[in-house]
Design a protein around this ligand. Structure first.
Ligand SMILES: [Zn+2]
Length: 103
């Protein structure tokens, strides 16, 4: 899937500006309120991560931001099972203690 069209609508839905970090060297250091720094979504994995970062901007915690990603994927008619799968893989690699929330 190409998550970019849905990501653009997501940003409009929550009035969030987006900046593509892939054109920058190193980390973004200047954080602007309600501005997201994330790679351009190109598939289920990057769309889930993109939504997760939007969730943080909206004030959700780790678990809440992943649930937000799942709900947003559902609202856009994206393959929720695929999004859940990539979230579990991501958590397995980066935050295994959160896995029980997403079985
Ligand atoms: Zn997070």
């Amino acid at each position: 899937m190409d998550g970019w069209n849905q990501a653009e609508r997501l940003l409009k839905r929550y009035n969030i500006k987006w900046k593509d970090i892939t054109i920058q060297h190193g980390r973004a250091v200047n954080s602007v309120a309600r501005q997201i720094y994330a790679p351009r979504p190109v598939d289920a994995r990057s769309f889930a991560i993109f939504c997760h970062e939007v969730g943080h901007i909206l004030g959700y915690d780790e678990v809440g931001s992943w649930n937000f990603a799942i709900e947003e994927a559902r609202s856009f008619g994206l393959p929720v099972g695929e999004v859940k799968r990539v979230i579990r893989v991501y958590l397995f690699q980066n935050a295994p203690s959160l896995l029980p929330h997403f079985q």
